[in-house]
Design a protein around this ligand. Structure first.
Ligand code: HEC
Length: 111
């Protein structure tokens, strides 16, 4: 019985963490978003203040992390986003990706 409960608990932990991107800390992502990103993308990335700011909510975490890393390295060129990510660490980018990827989005059907 005890073994069964332990096994059941670890299965539910696994399915919880499947939503978050490898190691990304969504709570820290939210905190950064409130300070830096919300002004343009909305705190949950779902309601941008203007159409030129993309919806981030519900995007794949690895896509978001890659986009942020590319702005930082200059591979993807956008002066506004470059200025946003320059002061952030690699871990912050992971955390932001984790946060936005688990937000509800208007980009796809809600099930
Ligand atoms: C001053 C407004 C502004 C702020 C603040 C801002 N962004 Fe952006 N963001 C933009 C614009 C404009 C684009 C589109 C740039 C482009 O065309 O590549 C963008 C693009 C992005 C993209 C690419 C999305 C995609 O679909 O490819 C990501 C990811 C992103 N922002 C994340 C963030 C994060 C995380 C923060 C906070 C650290 C942030 N942004 C702060 C304006 C902003």
């Amino acid at each position: 019985m005890r073994t069964f409960l332990l096994a059941a608990a670890s299965v539910s932990l696994l399915s919880l963490s499947a939503n978050a991107w490898a190691g990304g800390n969504a709570a820290n992502g939210k905190a950064i978003s409130e300070k830096v990103c919300a002004a343009c993308h909305g705190v949950d990335g779902a309601k941008p203040i203007a159409p030129e700011n993309p919806i981030l909510a519900g995007q794949y975490a690895d896509y978001l992390e890659r986009a942020l890393a590319d702005y930082k390295s200059g591979k993807r060129k956008n002066p506004v986003m470059k200025a946003m990510v320059d002061p952030l660490k690699k871990k912050d980018l992971e955390d932001l990706a984790a946060w936005f990827s688990i937000q509800k989005s208007s980009l796809h059907f809600q099930r």
